[in-house]
Design a protein around this ligand. Structure first.
Ligand SMILES: [Zn+2]
Length: 150
């Protein structure tokens, strides 16, 4: 099982419906992965959400102390968009992609599906890239998944 470390509160926004993860790098991974909330706090996430999806901020705790770290949920990678796709197929006409309001220009758009929040975050250190958490951590996550609405 793979995991992706995501700074707070970006990861909370994913749990609230942000369906695109913007990354500078592509991945071939598809399907389930673990959402890891990293220690780092990026307040610009709140500013970005306020601009494109203020509804996602309703009820969102503003104090970083109220945002857990560790494995906080799971999601699936449905597809990845390179953002500079030629939608018209003529090799000349560029058009922005259709990944929606959360997609950032110049990034790979990891299109997420079936995002689920864990009832109880599982403490775990983060890492770069798509990484493999210790087996005991993955086991604690999978045990909780049975309790989460599918
Ligand atoms: Zn896109």
């Amino acid at each position: 099982m793979k995991a992706l470390s995501i700074t707070r509160p970006w990861v909370e926004l994913i749990l609230r419906g942000k369906d695109v993860e913007n990354r500078t790098w592509n991945t071939r991974h598809r399907g389930l992965f673990l959402l890891h909330a990293a220690q780092s706090w990026k307040s610009e996430a709140l500013a970005f959400a306020d601009m494109v999806a203020p509804d996602a901020l309703v009820g969102l705790p503003t104090s970083r102390d109220d945002h857990p770290t560790g494995i906080v949920g799971v999601a699936e990678i449905a597809s990845v968009c390179s953002n500079e796709m030629d939608e018209f197929g003529d090799g000349e006409t560029w058009a922005p992609c259709r990944c929606g309001r959360w997609a950032m220009a110049g990034q790979y758009h990891w299109r997420l599906a079936r995002v689920r929040r864990l009832p109880r975050p599982v403490p775990c250190r983060g890492a770069l890239g798509l990484w493999t958490p210790p087996e005991d951590v993955t086991a604690l996550v999978l045990a909780q998944l049975g309790q989460v609405a599918q």
